[in-house]
Design a protein around this ligand. Structure first.
Ligand code: ADP
Length: 499
């Protein structure tokens, strides 16, 4: 490899050239400390390639580039309509390259290719949605007294650090890039060290779309170094983070150094409630998708299935059957694969530790819970179901982040709500019932940022996404997502001489 590019052929035969540098000021550059990240294919445990990783000096450079771009007329003074046009072009370029981007995502992350293609659709929609908003962000006039004219401006927050996770690398990048660019901010994004590749290919498209240098900078790097430097950087005005609750708390503390604006989207242990009158086949189907999709690596995964005692046994049987027939584990590039490998060895080990914990604490392992390698390799785990789970068990309380679910019975609506809310998290929740009154009553009482009635894990770029309690602060997506990237300035104009 030379000049910070590598020619690659993916397992599905797609050939492409991948930039491997840090993306600063619209150029790919070397790490000042020669730091590297080696990306591993979780399907066969082999190295894909090595990319540059940011040192704290590199982060300083990226932040300086973002600051300069924020104050440069090529970005500061253009109209919202022009910003929107660049974003529409960016979305078109992503659309043209979506197969390559999805290929890189599947290769690096292990998610089924069909899921990566679905992610790309959502990336394109999200960028277009926020492109449309770029010239519709405005303040208001506020009538006070006749001698004063008062109006507000919605201005960008400034230099935004965006720290993203490995479960939806491009998806999470688009949720953050879309609103930040629409509102006229500049960005330093740090992808997760487990999945550094697809975002580098995306960086090429930033240049092609015509964004001025420094508007978007992408610095791969390690959380404890590059991530921490960003969170503590005095030149950063805002930090937007998606990842684990522990890291989110750390970032919140670090960000206090200059009182950064923060948006956090963190962990979950979301409940899915099945009431006695529910359509059990439908409930089981949604429960399956809600926990087993994306290898269970979803912050909103409905990982606690709470089922009314009158239908508990029936539900467990139907759910097991759905898992058995739908959760085909295998090569993520194969068309019939539902579940690929976990993203890394450490995530894989962590899930297997939870299996041991469940068994030790006396729960019943009803299905899965064992490795299922492909040709002796890869971080594959059979979809795992535990029953006879008590509310004090670790597997009931902690986020596993894998294809791992617990099923617990409840007797009454009151008990179901109490159990659903008996968690430090509050991201998503699902309610299955045919009783419309019950559904809305329970939806209102559950402590969560999102509730799905008779489904699970619906998500839409037009609808606010986020958590309560220790699942986060602020909202992404929808119109609410813009609030995270603007600040309001009030301007008073004195019209009279008397006051
Ligand atoms: P996981 O434990 O699943 O890897 P994390 O929450 O640690 O999830 O990681 C999410 C993102 O946060 C990644 O981009 C990671 O590099 C980054 N990160 C990890 N630790 C820190 C930290 N102390 N400060 C800032 N970013 C961090």
């Amino acid at each position: 490899m030379s000049n910070l590019k590598v020619d690659l052929t993916a397992p599905n035969g797609k050939k492409f050239t991948l930039p491997t540098g840090l993306f600063i000021n619209n150029e790919f550059v070397k790490s000042s400390q020669n730091l590297k990240i080696t990306s591993i294919n979780p399907t066969n445990e082999q190295e894909i390639c090595t990319v540059e990783a940011a040192s704290s000096e590199d982060i300083d450079r990226a932040v300086a580039a973002a600051r300069a771009a924020l104050n440069h007329e090529s970005w500061r003074d253009i109209t919202g309509t022009e910003r929107g046009r660049m974003m529409f072009k960016f979305a078109d370029l992503i659309e043209q390259e979506k197969e390559i981007l999805a290929t890189i995502e599947t290769w690096d992350n292990g998610k089924p290719f069909s899921s990566s293609m679905g992610d790309l659709e959502s990336v394109i929609e999200t960028i277009r949605y926020y492109a449309g908003y770029a010239d519709k962000i405005h303040g208001e006039t506020i009538p006070t007294i006749s001698q004063k004219f008062v109006y507000t401006l919605k201005q960008p927050i400034g230099v935004c650090a965006q720290i993203i996770p490995w479960n939806y690398p491009l998806g999470m990048a688009s949720w953050k890039l879309g609103p930040a660019l629409s509102c006229g901010n500049t960005i330093v994004m740090k992808p997760a060290e487990q999945t550094p590749l697809s975002i580098l290919y995306l960086a090429n498209l930033i240049v092609k779309a015509g964004f001025p240098p420094g508007v978007v900078n992408i610095t791969n790097g390690y959380g404890r170094d590059a991530g921490h430097t960003l969170a503590s950087h005095l030149g950063v005005d805002k930090i937007a983070f998606t990842g684990s609750t522990g890291t989110g708390k750390q970032i919140m503390k670090t960000a206090s150094i200059n009182m950064k604006n923060i948006t956090l989207e963190t962990g979950g242990k979301s409940p899915l409630l099945v009431f006695g009158d529910a359509d059990i086949e439908q409930a089981a189907k949604w429960a399956h998708g809600g926990i087993m999709s994306n290898m269970g690596q979803i912050c909103t995964a409905t990982s606690r299935l709470l089922v009314q005692d009158t239908v508990y046994e029936k539900f467990v049987n139907v759910f097991r059957e759905v898992v058995k027939t739908t959760s085909k584990v295998g090569d993520p590039f194969a068309e019939d694969t539902f579940q690929g490998p976990q993203v890394t060895k450490s995530q894989y080990d962590r899930i297997l530790d939870f299996v041991e914990s469940g068994k030790t604490e006396g729960a019943t392992l009803t299905a899965g819970g064992i490795p299922c390698p492909l040709n002796g390799k890869g971080y594959f785990i059979e979809p795992t179901i535990f029953t006879n789970v008590k509310e004090n068990m670790k597997i009931y309380r902690e986020e596993v982040f894998g294809p791992f679910v617990v099923i617990v019975p409840f007797k009454t609506e009151k008990e179901a709500i109490a159990m659903a809310n008996d968690t430090t998290y509050g991201l998503g929740a699902a309610v299955h019932t045919k009783d419309i009154e019950l559904a809305h009553r329970v939806a209102a009482r559950i402590e969560a940022g999102m509730v799905w009635i008779n489904s699970s894990n619906d998500s839409d770029f037009r609808v606010p996404f986020g958590g309560v309690k220790q699942s986060g602060i602020g909202r992404e997506l929808g119109e609410a997502g813009l609030a995270a990237y603007t600040q309001t300035k009030a301007i008073y104009v004195n019209l009279g001489q008397k006051i």
